[in-house]
Write a protein that binds this ligand. Structure first.
Ligand code: MG
Length: 464
């Protein structure tokens, strides 16, 4: 099928994604629904974000699920973590399916599977569904097809669960004013409700669900959040909040209208969580050392994993972590649930402000690091030899191979890793010294480009 990525996988790093009716069609969705229904066997909860194609894809997946006998519960438009909470907190749920393409443009949609505990399905589960997708799965007899029903109160129960995890009375007493940007996505149905339950005055932007995302593209980059930043500045709000399309992530704007990068919020919230309960924090190897430094200051430990939120969540579960997350604004609070959760992150940040003061002042306390990023062209067939080459030419440097090649220096690190979805190689360089971060990024980029060009030159190909 067209939706397969370059590795021949059906599922990419975050489910199946593609342009609707080009790569991701109703026929594929039905077929995938049959595979998912066969894998989960029994009751499957389904939800979608606000994309215009959500109804079509959801109906097709649901039809596929029921055709092989699965019972379907539709909870409507919901953030991914609200679906995850529904699956994890109700007895007898076999799994969930979220129809979303997260932060991708509106012409995309996607299908993501959730396991019975509410965690994202890990690779082994996806592989089983992939192989079922290849099979010609027989439909059930007419009297054994699955049933369809609507699930009620999914959002309210999800918000109630978040309120139980924070000091809601203290947040109410603080009488905060925030500006909230829902990006016309799934957050429209949940975060305004959360804020009202927390007694927070919310000035909202793009808070009407609209599947063509007229407000701005749904990745919460600084450029896409210009209106939010301006509104925080002009209203003197305590905080700006922006979600991605399916509201599993959040980006904050400080009271001084500063865009707070995901790694800074990860570090700040880690510090706050650890101040109540020291323990293990899990994050991918791409996260800033700022997080590690803060964790160590709090007499706690950090564990690095390969990149991907299901991998982080799994490591958190296995090692009983107290907190974890990614540098893109995806924070995981294991006491609440083991997945990225945008609304939970909002509640935690508000509590962090109640206890620790203004966000701008808390940001001042974070250690300072500089980052440089590069992306070079590299054919898929050369990715592993380029990785070996970079390891070889840096063999005197301490290296970590958890995901790609991470070269560890006293003042920073360089991470070189092949892109999982395109013929590119990514280089990240971080250091406490700005010039050093730049120097190492340039040096690694030049070595990588030289290698790719040398191997690709036909005259040298035989020697390579
Ligand atoms: Mg997302």
């Amino acid at each position: 099928m067209k939706g397969r990525d370059i590795l021949g996988r059906l599922f990419g790093t975050s489910g199946v994604r593609g342009v609707v009716n080009e790569e991701l069609t109703a026929e594929i969705a039905v077929r995938l629904g049959k595979a998912i229904g066969t894998y989960f066997e029994d009751t499957v909860v389904i939800a979608s974000d606000t994309r215009d194609s959500g109804g079509m894809i959801k109906a097709a997946v649901a039809a596929g699920l029921m055709s092989v006998g699965a019972r379907v519960i539709d909870i409507g438009v919901a953030p991914t973590p609200a679906l995850q909470y529904y699956v994890g907190s109700h007895d007898g749920m076999s799994g969930g399916v979220m129809i979303t393409a997260s932060h991708n443009p509106p012409e995309f949609n996607g299908i993501k599977c959730i396991g019975p505990t509410g965690q994202e399905l890990i690779r082994e589960g996806e592989e089983k569904i992939e192989s079922l997708f290849e099979e010609d799965i027989e439909c059930k007899e007419w009297d054994a097809v699955g049933t369809f029903e609507y699930g009620s109160n999914a959002i309210e129960r999800y918000i109630d669960a978040i309120l139980r995890r924070v000091d809601a009375a203290a947040i109410r007493a603080a009488k905060f004013t925030v500006v909230l940007d829902c990006a016309n996505g799934a957050a429209c149905v949940s975060t305004p409700l959360l804020l009202s339950r927390l007694g927070v005055r919310a000035i909202t932007l793009n808070a009407n669900p609209q599947g063509d995302f007229p407000g701005h593209p749904s990745e919460p980059t600084e450029e896409n959040l210009r209106d939010l930043i301006a509104l925080v500045r002009s209203t003197g709000a305590d905080l700006g909040i922006a979600h991605d399309g399916d509201a599993d992530r959040v980006i904050f704007i400080s009271d001084t209208a500063e865009y707070v990068s995901g790694e800074k919020s990860l570090a700040l919230v880690a510090k706050y969580v650890l101040s109540n309960r020291p323990g293990l924090v899990v994050t991918p190897v791409s996260s800033s050392s700022m997080v590690e430094e803060v964790v160590k200051e709090m007499e706690s430990t950090i564990m690095y994993t390969a990149i991907g939120s299901p991998i982080v969540a799994r490591a958190m579960f296995e090692n009983k972590a107290v907190f974890g997350g990614e540098e893109n604004g995806g924070l995981i609070f294991p006491k609440h649930q083991l997945c990225r959760d945008g609304a939970m992150s909002v509640a935690a940040m508000l509590e962090c402000m109640v206890k620790g003061g203004k966000l701008s002042e808390q940001l001042e306390t974070l250690p300072k690091y500089y980052t440089e990023k590069r992306k070079i062209d590299c054919p898929n067939s050369l990715k592993s030899s380029l990785l070996r080459h970079l390891k070889e030419v840096n063999k005197t440097v301490r290296a970590d191979m958890t995901d790609g090649l991470k070269l560890l220096y006293d003042d920073g690190w360089v991470l070189a890793r092949p892109s999982g979805t395109e013929p590119k190689f990514r280089i990240y360089s971080e250091s406490k010294d700005k010039d050093m971060a730049l120097h190492r990024a340039n040096e690694t980029e030049i070595k990588a480009i030289e290698f790719v060009e040398r191997v690709l030159t036909p005259a040298n190909k035989d020697d390579a």
